[in-house]
Design a protein around this ligand. Structure first.
Ligand code: C5P
Length: 305
């Protein structure tokens, strides 16, 4: 049996460029891996089977639309072998929450099946397969903090000092990533700027954000957090504004929507403040659950103990 632990992500910068001809958007996407994560186990089996436990397990698809199952098939096809594996996901990452939980399971399944089947696939090849599965899957392999260009899959690790403390507030239900990108386009058209590559400037990493990460300074980082999908997520789910306000009123340094939402992320000064902000968020009645966590942490890795 192989057990792989994989982190969720928050985008500390999500710069969204114009809509490309292939339906994706060019991004300047600073990924940050947090300890809140899933555990994927792989055992020898017949065909690809998938089970899931955890508080939100009922919302996880167990068919071939699940990225973990697709990852197993993709890796097997790449090596020309039969995909025989029983996968189990112990799910802690909010489902359809903007924290790349599905992508994390895809990355974890690649690593788990590679070990179970004794394939020793080179990291570069795993990365290409990960990008084929989805824009956020390569980062779940890498972990840490990284700048994602292209549709998010071309990664460059970024220097970071120390540990940052976070609280994540889980909303009821999920948001569809394509729907949030479409809403971002619609809002841009409505504002008169247009939404195509010709009309929207190519986003770039914010130097102040990179300095804050390198310095390990949460107050600096709080000032530099941005998410171009936030307005779209709040437009589709107006109640997120209440959650964001509740977190800042409770003492968070900054609040933002995580990726395409609807999970909201709160950067806090330290672990003690994190507990207080989480308690206040729950008491505010504006979220379903609040998780205290930290990062950065490494990407998908086989657990030895
Ligand atoms: O790559 P992934 O399957 O995660 O993307 C899901 C959807 O999110 C895409 O089909 C697209 O609608 C949107 N997307 C985008 N630009 C990106 C990444 C995702 O428009 N860079």
């Amino acid at each position: 049996m192989i057990k792989v632990r994989v982190p969720a992500k928050v985008n500390v910068q999500l710069g969204v460029g114009g809509l490309r001809a292939d339906g994706f958007h060019d991004l300047a996407n600073v990924f940050f891996a947090v300890a809140l994560g899933d555990e994927v186990t792989a055992r020898h089996g017949e065909g690809v089977t998938l089970t899931c436990t955890g508080p939100d397990a009922a919302a996880v698809p167990l068919d071939d639309s699940n990225l973990a199952a697709r990852a197993a098939r993709l890796l097997a096809a790449h090596h020309g072998i039969e995909p025989n594996v029983a996968l189990h996901i112990d799910k802690a990452i909010p489902v359809a929450g903007g924290m790349a939980g599905g992508s994390a399971d895809g990355a974890a399944a690649l690593v788990a099946c590679d070990a179970l089947w004794g394939l020793d696939t080179p990291a570069g090849v795993l990365n290409v397969l990960a990008a084929e599965l989805g824009s956020d899957v390569p980062f779940a392999l890498l972990g840490g903090v990284a700048l994602g260009r292209g549709r998010g899959e071309i990664l460059a690790p970024l220097p970071v000092t120390g540990t940052f403390h976070w609280v994540f507030a889980v909303a009821d239900g999920g948001l569809s990533t394509p729907a949030v990108f479409r809403e971002c386009d619609r809002l841009r058209i409505e504002a008169g700027t247009g939404c195509t590559e010709a009309e929207v400037a190519t986003p770039d990493a914010d130097p102040a954000l990179l300095d804050a990460l390198a310095a390990g300074d949460p107050v600096m980082l709080a000032k530099a957090l941005t998410n171009d999908l936030q307005a779209a997520a709040v437009s589709l789910r107006p109640s997120l504004a209440d959650t964001l306000r509740a977190g800042t009123e409770a003492g968070a340094l900054a609040a933002l929507v995580s990726g395409s939402g609807p999970t909201t992320a709160f950067l806090v000064a330290d672990a003690v403040t994190a507990e207080a902000v989480a308690a206040a968020l729950l008491a505010s009645g504006t979220c379903r659950a609040a998780h205290v966590t930290y990062g950065p942490v490494p990407g998908a890795a086989v657990q030895t103990s």
